[in-house]
Unconditional design. Sequence first.
Length: 212
Amino acid sequence: MSDLVLTTFDWVPAPPRGFVRDIRVRWALEEAGLPYRVESVPFGERNAAHLAHQPFGQVPWLTDGDLSLFESGAILLHLGEQYTALMPGDPHARGAALEWLFAALNSVEMASLPWAILKFSGGAEDGPAWKTLDDFLTLRLQRMEPVLTDRDWLAGPFSVADILMVDVLRLVDRFDGLATYPACRDYVARATARPAFTKAHADQMAHFAAAD
Ligand SMILES: N[C@@H](CCC(=O)N[C@@H](CS)C(=O)NCC(=O)O)C(=O)O
């Protein structure tokens, strides 16, 4: 195992705290019991060194020895490939974890993020654009609900697919968007009760609070 260093912002305003995507990486590292360090880049300035690691000037990225990886999905896939606590070894379960990892990022987050951004910004929720976004998310949640009714975790055992799907869904839950989807809500509650999530969340909150 190499030296693992997770980089996030030095500070963010209060609203996104607890939801900054470094939590996905923290959570995975905690689930696998891997030691890691956290480093910070300025929130207020995206310099060339930052862009060299994350070309969009975003966070997080993870360095694993001399390997530097951006995109939370790629980072979790990288960790999942090495640790069975994060990705099952059985080929069928592993295939399911891969499917759901991409489904979380490409099918559900694609619908949930524009919806959540509008909620965050306090944007108008009565115009045609809002209805389009709300309907798009509804289609995804209506499909997730029966999936999560008959299983605890997406791929059998808990995996990185759950970390990503839960992180995507809990942002919807933050704005009460899961009110009519009890299986989705229970799934988020079940996952966020895990000690690894609790620690990851507390550590992220403490990290940003330390810079206030
Ligand atoms: N697809 C990227 C998204 C990363 C992302 O949106 N990061 C946010 C923090 S949660 C960020 O850096 N926002 C600042 C910005 O976009 O300038 C991932 O999953 O890693």
